[in-house]
Design a protein around this ligand. Sequence first.
Ligand code: ARG
Length: 293
Amino acid sequence: MKMKKFIAIILSALMVLSMFAGCVADDVAGPGKNTYNLKTVKEGYLTVITSPDYAPYEFYALDENGNPSLAGFDMALAQYIADYLGLTLEVVPMDFNGIVGEMAAGTADLAIAGLSPDPDREGAMSFSDMYYEGKQAFITTKAKAAQFTDLASTNKAEYQIAAQTGTIQNELAEQYSPNAQLINLVKATDIIAELNSGKIDGAYVEWDVAAAYSANYPDLQILCEVPYEAEGNVIGVNKSNADLLKYVNEALNKCVADGDFAQFVATALDQAAGDNYQGMLDENGKVPTTEAE
Ligand code: ARG
């Protein structure tokens, strides 16, 4: 009898201990083994900034209970690179217009945010090799599409045309629709909301993002492709970290050559078609209730 009770106590103590061990392993990954002995802003970690309002690049996928987790091919690529380097991935979400400033300040190792290699940003960061060939689009609604014939027809004072703040799409708007009323919106989702409500007539957005949004909102329509000389996306790398740039390019090229990256894109497109949220979470890590889809 006594022995049985003793065994029961030991067993339950062991159970509690193993539960605790499980928690520690899951919640706090700790620094990585740092395979290439890289200097990063936080030792053993890869700190990546992104702007998760940009499916299929980066966004939140929602599970059946509405719980968000970061998704998109940029985020899969971030995890791949962190694993390759033996670093623990730490993603810091922010609005896109904060990204270049953070890189200039050197507070992050990488910016992975559907970033175009805009020469104006070269002082703030180094650019990796191109990992994705993307193009640019002019997006409008089905209802308004008839008023435009081509890109040149968007250049009229009566039109309100938007682009996301701090993006190269602003330059495209100024280049192709300089006579229109140009509007800057902080989030890509704001652009979509204003298009859907009829407040604006059109917007400049990355092609794949425009395509993903039009798949989810059938009232939207891509008018045409918009020419831009740097057709593709790169990773922004901390400008004082040449070693990191070297190994990021190594990881990136392997990821693309082995076909892993194509798989990330396919998964991201699937997830972008499912339940998702684009934008910033609230202070509890939840989807803000007013903005939930
Ligand atoms: N490719 C554009 C740029 O670099 C827009 C990127 C916006 N990215 C985002 N995650 N919202 O300016």
